[in-house]
Structures are given as C-alpha cells and as structure tokens.
Write a protein that binds this ligand. Structure first.
Ligand code: B12
Ligand code: SF4
Length: 527
C-alpha cells in the first residue's frame, strides 16, 4: 500500500470540559504529525477545537491517524467506521485511550500505537508503505484472525527533541486578545521539557503511559521550541508531568530561558518538594513561571498514604505558604472518592482550598479503570466497583466507581456544589481584594466553563441513583457483597463489560473473584 498523504486528527471529548474554550493544541499529535512530515510524508493535522477535520482531505489520504482521550473515543470510532466503509483507507489510533484500551480501539481502527509513538509511527508507516510484516513493529496492537495481538513493548525515546510544527495544524494561528474575546476563547501554547515521573502514585497513569522513566529534553531544543511558539503568543503550559526533577538540569533550562528574555507567562506541573530549593524557586519566578499546578490530592492522611503520594498534610500546608510568599499562584488538584474518604473529607477539601487561597482548585473523582498489561491489569478499585455509561462520561467530571463510604450520587453532588463554591462570585471578589487579579480571572473563567459543564453531571446524578439503588446501607456504606451479586447477574454497567474488554480478553464477567482487598487483579493477563 503506497503511503504519501497522511491526515492526523485529534478529537475533543463529547461534552464540555475545562479546556473546551482553550485554543490549545494537545502536545502529542502535533509531534507525531511533525515527525511524519520530517520523514517525507505530506501531512495535515486537525485539532478539533481549532478546526474540525475536512472530509475532502480525509478522502484523499492514504492513511488517517487519530488521537483522543477517552472522552473523545466515540468520535474517533464513528469517523473511523465511516472511513472504513466509505473509503477503505487504513486508520491508526494512538494516545492514552489507545494505549489502555487497544481492544476497544481495534474494533474500529486498524492499528493501535501503544505508549510513546515518536519512533513507532514512522516504523509502522514505512512497514505499511512497503507491504511489510507489522508483527515486527514493536509497540503496536492489531487484529490477527479475530484476536488482538500486541507486539513487544517499545521503550520511550531517550531524545524527544522534535519541535511541533504548528503550520501543519489546519486553521491554527495567533489568537489576539480581541479576537479571543469575540470568539470567547483563550489561547495557551504547549511545550515539553521532560517525560515521565519517578513517583508511583496509585491513581496515576504516568508509570504505565511513560514506563521508560523520567527523562529531560535537550535544553537547546526546548529553547528553540519556545522561540518558535513565541510567534503565536506568550501564555505557555509545560505539559511535563513533573517539571522540576533533576534540579541541576531544570535550573540550567531556566537560566537559558531568562537569558532569552522571552517574556512568557508560564504554568508548570510541580510537586511540593520544590520548596526545598530557594534558588530553583527564584529562577522559576524570573523565567516567568507564574502558576503551579500541584497535586495535593487529599487533606486526609489515610488517603495520601493509600495514594502513595509521599507527602504529608503538614508538608502540603507549609509548601503552600512558602510558594505563595514567592508570588506563585497555585492550582491545587485533589483526587477524591478513595476508600478512606467520607463526605466530611470532601467538605474539608473545599474548605482547605478556600482557606489557603488557592488560585483555583480541581476535584477529580478517582478514575480506577486503567487495566493495563504492564500492571498485570490491576486497578486502584476492584473492577466490579466500576461504573461505565459510555466513553463520553470518562472525562474526569463524572463519578465512575462505587466509593466505599458514600454513594456515587452523593460524591457527584458534592463535586457539583464544590465547583459552585470554589468559583463563586464571593471567591472572585476575595481574590480581587487580595490584589490577585489573575487568580480572579482563573476563577471567573472556570465559573463560566463550569456553567457549561454542569448540566451533564447534574443529569448523571439520576443515572447514579438508579444503579446504586439497594447497594448502600443507611450510613452510606457500600454493601460490597450485594454489589458483587448484582454484577454477577447484570454486569452491564461495569467498565470491563461496558467496553467489551471482558470479551476480547476472554474472561467471563461471571468469574468474579470474592472481594478481599483493593488493588487486586481485575482481569488476568494474557498467556
Ligand atoms: C498536560 C496535560 C493536560 C494539559 C494540557 C492538555 C493538552 N491539550 O495538551 C491540561 C492541564 C490543560 C489538561 C487538560 C485535560 N486533561 Co490532561 N493531561 C495532561 C498530562 C499530564 C500530559 C499529557 C501530555 O501532553 N503528555 C506529553 C505527550 C508527549 O504525550 P501524549 O499526548 O500522550 O502523546 C504521546 C503518545 O500518547 C502518543 N500519541 C498520542 N497521540 C497519538 C496519535 C498517534 C496516531 C500516534 C501514533 C501516537 C500518539 O505519542 C505521543 C508522543 O510520544 C496527562 C497525563 C499523562 N501523563 O499523560 C493528562 C491526561 C491526558 N489528561 C486527562 C484529562 C481527563 C484531561 C481533561 C479532559 C480534564 C478536564 N475534564 O478538563 C482535559 C482535556 C483537555 C483536552 N481537551 O485536551 C487524562 C486523560 C485520561 C484519558 N485517557 O482519557 C490524563 C491521562 C490524566 C489522567 N487523569 O490520568 N491535561
Ligand atoms: S500524580 Fe504526579 S507525582 Fe504522582 S506519579 Fe503521577 S505525575 Fe508523578
């Protein structure tokens, strides 16, 4: 099959999320598109919220490559099916969704690229181009006689210096302030300086998505990338899972950024340990790092240890004070609904965010259904406690498990109320009174976004009430044996039955183990 023209498409989720009014190319697919373009192919990249894909371009392609998060999976599947039935063009899917759910992806797409795709994609396309044997390409999954075949995993690249070429993205350009206001969109540019994370928090996907470990990108490549992106604007998000590890290297990068005088407004993800290094903090501020997205995760000590977060409540509080003294705005992230969480924990979480004057706070219900081969298909919550209404509901705003100490609908309601409180006009005013104008803008923007998001979770509450009926006692404690019985009779809403992983992995939902502990194997790995 001769391949010359390749179309790459990134789909957003089905429902509004916190980013749907951001003109922000995701980082992964533009990198893949650029690598293919540099390998000599004629590439066009579509990022849905910038410009939806053009069917005429799709129709004249030799290969279509997709990327999405879980919440966009149905859009990919719909288009992939249409491409197959009307055009017969082969399709490839990559990214986090494809990596964790190749079985489901391959019901619609021809090839799934697992994990980091930088090297795999070129080898796969060249193999297809030459009519070669795809079983020799490491890091993919494909259908072979009705069975999903995975080739051996491919380690992530040591160097990842490709500068994403935004010229490949259809319709992308600098979005001026007034234009943005008119379109009710803001623009943020994405940059990467490292991949992976040395920590192993139990709710996080990073160790299976980027199992090669923590690696830094070449400093001059980051600087060249920043200079390139500066043509489009000054608001930059580093997509690094953890920006500050390998401090000597991070400091060298920051010094180069300061030298370049790029006048950037930067957000990075960083753990609280950065407070141990005053020089690092000073350099970050000088380089234009104004906001830190930090995973505080919980105010409950038992939950912090269940997450293996390696930070204590007191350390979190001390870090917040010090970072605020340095002038950073803090975007605090909390993962809620763990077995040790109660209604009271969640109330304290919201109070904590308000009392500590976080610029913004995000509450993510635990998302425990990443049954990945590399973890032996284990997940943070046992699989029969999963709730799956469809991929669209897997965007972090919907409760997708049965918590042990509160009903799912209770958790969902608390989340709705929490966001209403955190982004309330009162909190916007408080930020203004403190002279934190940008914090007030973050809160206002999120208030506006939450108003678009909220009808979804609200409607979802009645769905949760229906499926939790009879499973909780008066004290809101999960009666797990009743749930197991229910799943035995009707596994429809469990995640593995819902996405058909059970069928493709060859385990019957009726072979349920007895609930004993958390973190148990949810489906056996393939022989
Ligand atoms: C940075 C980040 C953000 C940033 C920037 C997002 C952006 N648009 O770039 C912010 C904070 C804004 C954000 C927002 C959201 N995020 Co986010 N985010 C991340 C994070 C930490 C890193 C992603 C990243 O850029 N990695 C670096 C690049 C290089 O990796 P990559 O994109 O995966 O691409 C590589 C491979 O996947 C592969 N690949 C990707 N696509 C393709 C396509 C093909 C054809 C091929 C061959 C290969 C390939 O090759 C790439 C290069 O190696 C991940 C966690 C993680 N560690 O992955 C969560 C993560 C992706 N986010 C998540 C979620 C849920 C969201 C939100 C929906 C939250 C919300 N409700 O608002 C929004 C959605 C925003 C959007 N529409 O894109 C979830 C997704 C879960 C899932 N699979 O659905 C993750 C995994 C976090 C988690 N909960 O575990 N996010
Ligand atoms: S939550 Fe943060 S610190 Fe923990 S493993 Fe994930 S990226 Fe690393």
């Amino acid at each position: 099959m001769a391949i010359k023209r390749i179309t790459c498409i990134h789909f957003d989720g089905e429902f509004p999320d916190f980013c749907y009014r951001l003109v922000m190319p995701d980082y992964g697919l533009p990198v893949i598109g650029t690598i293919l373009s540099q390998a000599g192919y004629d590439v066009r990249v579509y990022v849905e919220h910038v410009q939806p894909p053009d069917w005429a371009r799709v129709a004249e392609s030799d290969l279509v490559c997709f990327s999405c998060l879980n919440a966009g999976a149905d859009k990919v599947y719909r288009l992939a099916r249409e491409i197959k039935s009307r055009l017969g063009i082969p399709t490839v899917i990559g990214g986090t969704h494809a990596t964790y759910f190749p079985e489901s992806s391959l019901e619609h797409c021809d090839y799934a690229v697992l994990g980091e795709g930088d090297e795999t994609i070129v080898e796969l396309v060249r193999t297809l181009d030459a009519g070669g044997d795809v079983s020799k390409v490491a890091g993919i999954a494909y259908m072979d006689n009705g069975h999903v075949r995975r080739t051996p995993p491919r380690p992530g690249p040591k160097q990842f210096d490709t500068i994403p070429d935004y010229e490949l993205i259809a319709g992308f350009g600098r979005l001026g302030f007034w234009q943005g206001l008119k379109r009710r969109h803001a623009q943020i540019l994405t940059i990467q300086s490292s991949r992976g994370c040395p920590y192993h928090c139990t709710f996080c996907i990073v160790n299976t998505m980027f199992p090669t470990g923590y690696r830094k990108r070449d400093i001059e490549a980051v600087i060249a990338d920043l200079r390139d992106k500066r043509r489009y604007g000054r608001h930059v998000l580093f997509v690094d899972n953890e920006f500050s590890m390998m401090r000597a290297n991070t400091k060298a990068l920051l010094r180069r950024m300061i030298e370049e005088r790029l006048d950037l407004d930067i957000v990075v993800f960083a753990r609280i340990e950065i407070v141990r290094d005053d020089e690092l903090l000073t350099l970050m501020r000088q380089a234009g790092v104004n906001y830190l997205y930090q995973g505080y995760e919980s105010v409950q000590p038992e939950t912090l240890s269940a997450y293996d977060k390696r930070q204590t409540f007191d350390q979190i509080v001390a870090a917040i004070h010090k970072l605020q003294d340095y002038g950073f705005g803090l975007l605090g992230s909390f993962v809620v609904g763990a077995d040790s969480d109660t209604v009271e924990t969640l109330e304290r979480t919201v109070q904590f965010a308000l009392e500590h004057e976080l610029a913004n706070a995000y509450l993510w219900p635990i998302w425990g259904h990443f049954p990945e081969q590399q973890t032996g298909f284990t997940t943070i919550t046992p699989w029969w406690r999963s709730i799956f209404r469809g991929w669209a509901y897997c965007d972090g705003h919907y409760v997708t498990h049965f918590p042990r100490r509160m009903r799912p609908s209770t958790l969902q309601r608390i989340l709705i109320d929490a966001y209403r409180t955190i982004y309330s006009p009162r909190q916007v005013l408080r930020a203004l009174r403190r002279g934190r104008f940008t914090d007030a803008r973050w809160k206002l923007a999120h208030r506006y976004l939450w108003a678009d998001i909220e009808p979804g979770p609200r409607e979802y509450v009645s769905f949760l009430e229906e499926i939790e009926d009879g499973l909780y006692d008066e004290a809101e404690q999960l009666q797990e044996d009743r749930l197991v019985e229910r799943v035995r009779r009707d596994p429809r809403w469990t995640f593995q039955a819902g996405n058909r992983a059970v069928r493709t992995l060859g385990i019957s939902p009726l072979e349920l183990p007895t609930p004993v502990t958390n973190n148990i194997t949810c489906v056996p790995s393939q022989p």
